[in-house]
Design a protein around this ligand. Sequence first.
Ligand SMILES: CSC[C@@H](O)[C@@H](O)C(=O)COP(=O)(O)O
Length: 365
Amino acid sequence: MKVNNQWIRGIWSDDGGKTVCFPDQTKLPFRLEICREGTSDALIRAIKSMQVRGAPLIGAAGAWAAAFLCREAETEEELQEGLKRIAEARPTAVNLQWAVRRVAAASEGLSGAARAARAQKAAEEICESDIESNRAIGGYFAAIIEEVYRKNGRPVRILTHCNAGWLATIDYGTALSGLYVAQEKGIPMEVWVDETRPRMQGLLTEWELREAGIPCTLIADNAGGYLMQQGEVDLVIVGADRIASNGDVANKVGTYLKALAAKDCGVPFYVAAPVSTVDFSMAEGVKSIPVEERSRSEVTDISGIGPDGDVIRVQVAGRETAVRNIAFDITPARLITGIVTEKGIFAPGAGDRPFMPAPAGTRPE
Ligand SMILES: CSC[C@@H](O)[C@@H](O)C(=O)COP(=O)(O)O
């Protein structure tokens, strides 16, 4: 994406693959700072601290961490232990395990420079295919936006939760990709952006959309239900961190409540994600998808910009306050109108059967 007249991606390699660069998402939207890392440990820290975040980007960063590890590890034991640590850096986004498995499989049986080179190539391929998938997802969802526009003849009002834009991927994003494609086609839109407590990923979405010139309005997380009830939302689109094979979707906490409100108000509710986000080994999601719980400080403290322009944290709840910081929730398949993937749009229905055909060699347990 173009930011301040400069092309930038969620992550990119430099120095012939010796390092990777990425915008530090803990500083955005207040400040655009680019980090550069060249070790697996540093990338694990970046994933855990959410300097890189969003399921496909976590997968890409994990792929690069695995590639660096293939360069660093001196023994097979060190390699296997390191791959496990990368795959476990965040538990819900299945793209991370998928990407680590792919890099490991590509370089299996090789050693030394040949292993490192093959692992690097696999990480590069994961990043390139992410861009292609997101672009395809965007094409499918833009067609839906266009249909609504042709029917109503006024700007299409879209609600989104969290950040599933280019910042959460290598480029274009998943949920926001369709909006970028629709904008290229000249379709007018107005976007409601949930602020997405506690980490405020909605601020990233608002920044992305504003940079791209798409009209958008930030709303408090709980305002979406009212807007849908009043007929001010035509479509809801969100991303996903893991989709079970029956179409149950894990995404940022708060997504489920939006899906319930959308169902009650008759507003179509779409999920956009690449096939790498589908966990074909999981038959259903509500009981099975592991949901990350994060530190209490994400709820008790909030980040903002201080008087001297620095990013600062402010305490908004007491140190004695009991806190539970549940990072994701699961939206049952029955509430979802369609899952938009690079292979097309699938309607999951009642969630009593696989929502899309599983690739060869994978099937629900
Ligand atoms: C294309 S990103 C889709 C999801 O990963 C996104 O909606 C989300 O929930 C991100 O969570 P985060 O905790 O910021 O990594």
